[in-house]
Design a protein. Structure first.
Length: 410
């Protein structure tokens, strides 16, 4: 029970971020939660260490290396200035960002887009004097919604694709989730436009090409991007062919980081600039969530409840709400056996993918990608999004998202 109390306090502190004269970062709060369950013996040290998902930590490490090199070389800002050179209005810019990041997250995975996309939107915000909070929220919603329609869009979808007995997962995800996902991206655009209507002015955006600052590091960064795209293409091809061989995203991220780590003279500087606080956050989150999981409370609630947990409606609701408490990947790991034992239809599996993913649009803790964006923005530009700023827009977006997926899957 202590673990549940600690989790509640963590949520409250993340919502407030301040106690008296002290301001806390999200990673500090989560680290405090992990330490609390350890010193109260709610989880043993060996269990805590084994609960940390090394694949996730290594994946983030590799992607952070690539992102730091892209940014420090100036190649990222140069590339964005070229790609957005013809965008003349805030409307068009936000629309392109939503659909560009959304569709890319279906292939590159949402956490990858969170890492690479954060410095991009911060650069655009600074260059054109556009509200950074709005662009960060646009990025968060885009990669959360876009990742729904692909088995490799996020870790929970991958878990469903592998353990949900879904034949040819790529085609099935697209068949059931592509159209509602596109509708939801449009809906997110309209809702954001309502909440940030003052930002959608009629000023014409003027662009200038950003120069590359470090040619050598830029060339190494290009090599990393090429490696990443080639390996992702192989992974996508394997998924379409329904090959059973495991090809982890961790391998892609680590392979992509090798050019910087092996051939750049600035490798030490790059490693120092990695967002280590985000890595601490995730390691701490795994420990706290495992401690909560060990209480067995959520398992008992599902087991003893008289609700039909195999219905599309309830799968969506449980996926959205419980993902806020135990995170979406543990939630899917908990829920999948329930659905499998009830021989749930394919639409139920798709509902689990949709619900557990769009949970990230409700509150900050609903998706790891939200944390990556906020931590990255705080570190790089001192910009942040509070719990309530996110929820104010996120609640209506999530409600509409859930309704659309329900109508397509019922």
């Amino acid at each position: 029970m202590i673990s549940i109390i600690v989790l509640i306090f963590v949520f409250i502190l993340i919502a407030k971020r301040q106690v008296g004269n002290f301001n806390f970062d999200i990673w500090q709060i989560m680290l405090g939660g992990a330490v609390a369950v350890l010193i109260t013996n709610q989880i043993s040290v060996p269990d805590a260490l084994s609960s940390i998902n090394i694949d996730v930590i290594l994946f983030l490490f590799g992607m952070f290396v690539v992102a730091v090199a892209l940014e420090d070389s100036g190649y990222l800002s140069h590339l964005i200035s070229v790609l957005t050179g013809n965008v003349k209005s805030v409307d068009t810019l936000v629309f392109y960002l939503l659909f560009g990041a959304g569709l890319a997250s279906a292939i590159l995975m949402n956490d990858s887009l969170a890492i690479i996309g954060t410095p991009v939107v911060l650069l655009i915000s600074k260059k054109h004097n556009i509200n950074a909070k709005m662009l960060l929220i646009v990025l968060a919603f885009a990669i959360t919604i876009g990742s729904v329609m692909s088995p490799i869009g996020n870790p929970q979808n991958l878990l469903i694709a592998i353990h949900g007995n879904i034949h040819n997962s790529f085609l099935n995800f697209l068949q059931y989730l592509f159209i509602p996902t596109i509708i939801n991206l449009f809906a997110a655009f309209l809702i954001i436009r309502i909440f940030y209507r003052k930002q959608f002015n009629h000023l014409i955006l003027h662009h200038s090409e950003e120069p590359v600052k470090d040619i050598n590091l830029a060339n190494i960064s290009k090599a990393s991007l090429l490696i990443m795209l080639v390996l992702i293409s192989i992974k996508v091809t394997m998924a379409f062919l329904d090959e059973g061989a495991e090809f982890k995203l961790t391998y892609i991220a680590l392979a992509a980081s090798l050019p910087e780590l092996l051939f750049s003279k600035r490798r030490i500087e790059i490693v120092k600039k990695i967002d280590w606080h985000t890595l601490i956050f995730f390691a701490s989150m795994f420990i706290l969530m495992q401690s909560v999981w060990n209480t067995g409370i959520f398992q008992e609630i599902i087991k003893d409840s008289h609700f039909n947990f195999a219905s599309v409606f309830l799968i969506l609701v449980v996926g959205i709400l419980l993902s806020q408490l135990i995170s979406n990947v543990p939630l899917v790991a908990l829920y999948l056996p329930v659905l499998m034992s009830n021989n749930v239809a394919l639409k139920g599996m798709m509902a689990l993918a949709a619900g557990s993913t769009i949970a990230g649009n409700l509150f900050i803790l609903g998706a790891a990608s939200n944390i990556i964006i906020i931590q990255n923005a705080e570190k790089k530009a001192g910009e942040t999004i509070t719990f309530f700023e996110f929820a104010k827009v996120g609640i209506p977006v999530t409600i509409f998202n859930a309704l659309i997926y329900y109508l397509f899957l019922k």
